[in-house]
Design a protein around this ligand. Sequence first.
Ligand SMILES: [Zn+2]
Length: 671
Amino acid sequence: MGLLKRFALAVGVGFAVGVIWLLAYTPVALPLLPLLLGHALIAVVLQTVLVVLGPRFRGPSPLLLGMFLGFVVVPAWMAPFHDGGFLGGAEGYALDALAVVLAGLFGVFAGAGISAGGVWLKRCVVLIAVLLLGLAGSGYATLSSFGASLQPRAVQVMDDWPDTPVAVIGLDGADWRLIDDLIAAGELPNLAGLIEQGRRGVLRSVEPMYSPVVWSSIFSGHYPEGHGLVDWYRADARNRKVPMLWDLYGAHGRRSVTVNVPGSWPAAPIENGVLVAGFPIPGLVTGARGQMAGFVATTDPDEQGFLTTEYLVEQAPDRWTLDVGLALPNLRPRMSGFKHALLDLFVRKQMLAVKGTRLELDVERTGDRVTLTSPTLNEPIVLSEGDVSPWFRVPLDDTDARLRIHAIEVSDARLALYVLPPMQTPERPRYPFVTGMDDPSPLFRESSPYIVEGLGWIAHKDERVIDVVADEILDGVTEHLYASEVLLRSGFPDLFSYIITVTDRIQHPFWPAYEPGAYSALPAYYASLGDRDPVLESWQLADEVLGTLLSYVPDSALIMLASDHGFLADAEAGDGDHRSDGIWLAKGPMIPTDAREIEMGAADFMPTLLHCIGAPQAQDFGGVSHPDVCPTVASPDPVETYNGSPPSSGATEALIDSSREEQLRSLGYVD
Ligand SMILES: [Zn+2]
């Protein structure tokens, strides 16, 4: 074969590999040219090396097999390991590269062997290659289900689990200093009632003081190294090394309902229970600054703000176009299991463009009103200044987005709209977050979607929207409560766990409104808040939610409240921040009313709860129980462990994806 022919063959083979991946990813519509040229270039380089290597490698077989194994089979093989959370970060991709090189080399040498060997050898090698490709598909299916079932199970340690009903209610970021002040001011009647009838103390947080990390300690009895969610980047339920409280209930045949516990996504199947996962959960939009913060669209050409400002494109007097980026397509190839790890990475890092869904709205101003229309909208949206539109639904390729728009200003001088971040529809979510129900749709209201993690609070730094930000964050609670009430109405479960996160989400941005004296000077954007104190509003709301939840709890129940950390003013940053001293509170027939406060660590919460209901301690708990919380209860002999999973090798590490990282950024947690 001449040199020219050899390289023509290489280009052809490279194109063919590119076409294979293009076909596999057709629904995502990857750009054709980089795919074809990239693979053709690789094939030409490989062919050059083969030509240099010598005559044994110059036939078509080494090139064909090298390309096929290295660039079709191996990428497909590696994808499930990334998806399952077994590979991540730079090491993961280095391992990919190594696998590609090794498989490519193997293919080259096998190809050289074929050229030298007989027809049966050829058949055998081709058969092996095809088998490997098939296995890549089935491996994907197995591993992705394995990823979900990876979360540890609990073992049954007693025949009759204590039948005391238990309610664990979390108040994210609650601090006795604030609660005591508000109660003294006559606020928080439901919380005050619980304190009066029970007993309380300080719950020391754990480091790092992040919600998913600390709540995992509270619900597992382990410190972060023990439970596996050690920081933000590992705030993924697949990293759990130990069962959670609700797993213990499931293992003993008891029913649990768990709502909004941070660090519980992705929701694994749990025994005898329903779990509605908490944050962090991937969002629909990636890339733009503050995925969860939205943007401001305006007609004022000089306008700037903390949020991204987009300019309305004028079509005619009083008519503009508003372009809203909704979501990147889900990276779901046509054939389930046939995925390319590197292509996925390129798309996620936006190095390879894909067709994202956009919504084009016609904006028309008539007097002091603005009308938004689009072919995908059922009816036009009419807004006056200050109005927030209802949630409207926009179809995406594999799900729907829910969106709302706030009219900041509608005047002759300026038109300004706050486009809130698009959220997934709970009825048809891209990232399912409910487990334990065949059909979770009764948990959700059509008019107002359940949002696992709503608007990112850093949006408060934009004075144009600071007021709306408070409203939107406060709003999210209503749907969490609605879903819980649907679940509670069919009878109180053996264990009910619910975390009120709105307190933390509001305290971060709005602490200066609550404690202005702690700040020497406030950033200018707080001026737009006026006299409002969203922190007080969030606590009034939290107390209302608490009251509603308590109305479902039977008198015989043990009620335990906890916070993952306390809260204080961060004078330097101009907002609020975590401090270690959080709260715990207990009320029940076994809890004496006692003014003496007991201090415990976050990992002591669950051991203490188990003691109070008469369930055994586990010797492998990181925390200890505080029997003096309920001194009359006799503790049964401890058991070795509740953990029904083999000890983890520590190799499984599910890192959060870029979309969840964006979410944490918009929540102000990571820079
Ligand atoms: Zn926080």
